[in-house]
Write a protein that binds this ligand. Structure first.
Ligand SMILES: [Zn+2]
Length: 354
């Protein structure tokens, strides 16, 4: 068994069977600084009462909060988390009595009532089982000002055993008083190469596809895993690729047809547009660097090359402008099909004759 030996002598075993591979700190990809920070806090017994984890959706905030909770609550002997004791198992299954995931009913707001009933009214009750009582509030930016003010008191005068994790995509939404009382940690994008290796080595995904998922996720592990496992995404990817591969030779009726078919992907249209963007980004990279290794769609290299010959840098720049404009139109609720139609025709026009 290989071990990750931390300088202060705590040993965190790896590859131990029976562990949830996603929930242990040492198995979370990237973000070494945050992990080191946790290990150090635990080793020096300096656990703070309130942490903010900021990072985009899918960046791993929940996994980090879960992993840290597990280490704090572990009742096992030796290395922590042991991964086997009832505490560890309960944290993993989200049913540990002292690790409370705060829930909210309305999609866009966490109300003061929800903070009161789930946090403030329970925090004075001693932990049932673990040494700590941990509250995890996901999408904490949705706490309205009164909810934030309510939790502030708990953060300012915490019970010894209380630890609060505020997970957020936007710490700017917190009141300055909340911000000043929390330790803020930024969850950063994970290097694409690490995600790619994770997808191929651990999940057995074909290297070419892993390259695409990792690159497309822009360092967001959650997103990479979600799209890798999504039939819907992969169908959409194929649809978008069939379009871009033949853009330069498509007839009007074919472009119209494609625009109509896109309606199926309306809910994920930004990802659809991103696939198109990545395709032309590959052409741009190929034209400017000649580095085939950096291309996401290496499998389509001959087609990329052919299109590269027919697109000037100025044309590519126009394509990116059109894609941005389509994003804006969709946000502004312009007729969906018309916006896609406009985009497809505009892009085709930019190819010079062969
Ligand atoms: Zn344990």
């Amino acid at each position: 068994m290989r071990s990750l030996n931390i300088s202060w002598g705590i040993s965190y075993p790896r590859n131990q069977t029976g562990w949830d591979p996603l929930n242990d700190l040492n198995r979370i990809l990237g973000n070494e600084q945050i992990k080191e920070f946790f290990y150090s806090s635990i080793a020096h017994n300096k656990i703070s009462h309130a942490y903010i984890f900021e990072g985009e959706k899918g960046s791993g905030k929940k996994m980090l909060a879960n992993a840290f909770s597990k280490i704090l609550q572990c009742r096992g002997e030796g290395t922590k988390p042991c991964g086997k004791c009832s505490s560890c198992l309960q944290v993993d299954h989200h049913n540990h009595p002292d690790v409370i995931w705060v829930t909210h009913e309305k999609a866009n707001v966490i109300s003061v009532g929800e903070i009161r009933t789930q946090v403030i009214n329970t925090v004075d009750i001693q932990p049932y089982k673990g040494p700590y009582k941990i509250y995890i509030i996901d999408e904490a930016e949705k706490m309205n000002p009164s909810a934030q003010n309510a939790i502030l008191k708990t953060i300012e005068e915490p019970a010894d055993y209380a630890v609060i994790f505020l997970l957020t995509a936007n710490r700017g939404a917190f009141l300055p008083t909340v911000l000043s009382r929390c330790i803020s940690l930024t969850v950063k994008p994970v290097p694409v190469s690490l995600i790619r290796r994770h997808l191929t080595d651990r999940l057995g995904i074909d290297p070419g596809m892993a390259e695409f998922y990792a690159g497309f996720s822009m360092g967001n592990v959650g997103k990479a895993m979600a799209i890798a496992g999504s039939v819907e995404f992969n169908e959409m990817r194929e649809h978008a690729l069939e379009l871009v591969r033949h853009f330069h030779e498509m007839e009007d009726y074919e472009l119209d047809g494609r625009a109509k078919e896109c309606r199926v992907y309306k809910d994920r249209i930004r990802e659809y547009l991103d696939i198109i963007r990545m395709w032309f980004r590959d052409i741009l990279i190929w034209k400017t660097t000649g580095d085939q290794e950096r291309l996401l769609f290496r499998g389509d290299f001959p087609v990329l090359c052919r299109q590269a010959e027919r697109l000037s840098l100025a044309s590519l720049s126009r394509i990116f402008d059109h894609l941005g404009e389509t994003d804006r139109q969709i946000t502004a609720n312009v007729n969906f099909e018309a916006a896609m139609d406009l985009l497809f025709f505009a892009v085709r026009r930019l190819f010079s004759p062969s």
